[in-house]
Design a protein around this ligand. Structure first.
Ligand SMILES: NC(=O)c1ccc[n+]([C@@H]2O[C@H](COP(=O)([O-])OP(=O)(O)OC[C@H]3O[C@@H](n4cnc5c(N)ncnc54)[C@H](OP(=O)(O)O)[C@@H]3O)[C@@H](O)[C@H]2O)c1
Length: 434
């Protein structure tokens, strides 16, 4: 069936890294995209904040405006593509666009991971499509596979490297032995981090993406504040070297899993066995590793940021909407039919740890340390001792136990006279156990 439409008019909000690349692809590939969509796709309006800024894409003067609201309210526009970012004014613009009957494409993880319910609710109520493939892991197709291709499966775990900057930093630390600060400096020189690097370094960006992935995986809404979060600034070259000796790589991992009706979601630096597929994901690359009850292990790999990769995802969404406009079809809407996810209390999450203790090199220390682990029912999988004069280092890996029991164990270890300090503690992920 066709609706007899011969053109779909797009209003683009924002023309920065993602919006600029989106405008470029829409104009350069106009003929091919129209063939694929079955209808012409016209970039009718582009709203920016500052009209005097130089742009990477050449468009007729009448296309540009500094008034995003005029685009959202323009009755001749069919699709609003929001690439402004942040919560406001993006939220109000999207809600107004939906109310005016316009379909929406956005790459805004910050908005979706906090107020996704509001904007998706507005789209649902208005009967318009809202697509967001670019919001997680840039150019990697992951939203549509999770929503559609895996709709026949039961996802039990999603695990990802979803922040390119931190993966670049950890790759440098792993391959050159340099410190976190030096690797961050190199990332900044190459322009990878956000203006405020803490969004990357402290795991906020990864937590937002994990909230979106977990909501799709478990059909229940998870928001960014549900995600336990720890950044990578405390990872040391010594941690990296020790991980290598044990056959691991350290990665900032975003992990969400569901068991017994409860969801747990966390972002933290973790030791991953070198043979795990995610351990081979280097530099700014992203990857999402999904475990389905039927499909088993799947991995999606690619460039998680940048204009071109994200525009690939955004334009794919525009083409899907254009096809729907041409045929009278609809995209798959919000899949959180279970509403709010029941989150597992963090202390009940099952985890494994690698922990390094500075201890006095004297008889009985190992027995005392092992006794504390045993008292909290945490069993030890491996232990390595290195002694230098009076002091020694103990590096232990635990078997699976709850976060709460591990916390209690570490707190009690710090009270032992023979333990000087806990120098490092990192989760161990991706083994047969956890
Ligand atoms: N950058 C990436 O690699 C990437 C990857 C995946 C997803 N995303 C997401 O994509 C979105 C855009 O990111 P970006 O990196 O492209 O940002 P950006 O380069 O900072 O671009 C933002 C654009 O929005 C415009 N803008 C800001 N306020 C506006 C307003 N009130 N009205 C109209 N236009 C306004 C700016 O105008 P001026 O140019 O005039 O200042 C600029 O063109 C964000 O949600 C981000 O999280 C980005």
């Amino acid at each position: 069936m066709t609706t007899g439409r011969n053109a779909v008019r797009v209003g683009l909000l924002g023309c920065g890294i993602v919006g600029g690349a989106t405008a470029r692809v829409l104009t350069e590939q106009a003929a091919t995209l129209s063939e694929r969509a079955g209808v012409r796709i016209d970039l009718a309006k582009v709203a920016v904040r500052d009209l005097s800024k130089p742009r990477t894409v050449q468009l007729p003067d009448e296309v540009w405006t500094a008034d995003a609201w005029s685009v959202v309210k323009d009755p001749t526009i069919d699709v609003i593509v929001e690439t402004i970012g942040g919560v406001e004014p993006a939220r109000d613009l999207i809600i107004e666009a939906a109310r005016s009957g316009k379909h929406i494409v956005t790459a805004n993880k910050e908005l979706l991971s906090t107020l996704g319910e509001k904007v998706m609710g507005a789209a649902e109520q208005a009967g318009v499509d809202l697509l967001f493939e670019g919001s997680v892991a840039g150019g990697i197709p992951i939203i549509r596979p999770m929503k559609e291709s895996l709709a026949g499966d039961r996802v039990t775990r999603v695990m990802g490297i979803v922040n390119g900057t931190t993966n670049f930093i950890l790759t440098r630390m792993s391959e050159t032995g340099e410190t976190f600060e030096a690797a961050l400096g190199e990332a900044e020189r190459l322009g990878y981090p956000e203006l405020d690097p803490s969004a990357d370094i402290e795991g906020h960006d990864a937590a937002a993406k994990l909230a979106i992935l977990a909501s799709l995986a478990f059909n229940a809404r998870v928001v960014a504040s549900d995600v336990e979060r720890e950044g990578i600034s405390k990872v040391t070259p010594e941690d990296v070297a020790a991980a290598h000796e044990l056959g691991y790589e350290i990665k900032l991992l975003a992990v969400a899993e569901e068991s017994e009706g409860q969801v747990s979601a966390r972002v933290n630096p973790a030791m991953l066995p070198r043979l795990h597929p995610l351990a081979a994901v280097r530099d700014v690359f992203n990857a999402v590793f999904v475990v389905g009850a039927e499909a088993g292990e799947l991995m999606f790999l690619g460039r998680g940021a940048g204009g071109g990769p994200t525009a690939s995802a955004v334009v794919g969404d525009i083409v899907e909407i254009a096809r729907n406009v041409a045929t009278g079809g609809r995209a798959t809407g919000c899949t959180c039919y279970r509403d709010k996810a029941q989150m597992r209390p963090p202390h009940e999450a099952n985890v494994r740890y690698y922990v390094v203790l500075s201890v006095l090199d004297q008889p009985g220390v190992l027995a005392a340390v092992a006794g504390v682990f045993a008292a909290h029912e945490i069993s030890i999988a491996s232990v390595r001792q290195e002694g230098i004069g009076e002091e020694a280092t103990l590096a232990l890996i635990t078997h699976v136990g709850t976060e709460g029991r591990h916390d209690e164990t570490f707190a009690e270890l710090e009270t032992l006279d023979s333990v000087r300090s806990i120098d490092s503690r990192l989760r161990v992920v991706g083994t047969a156990e956890a």
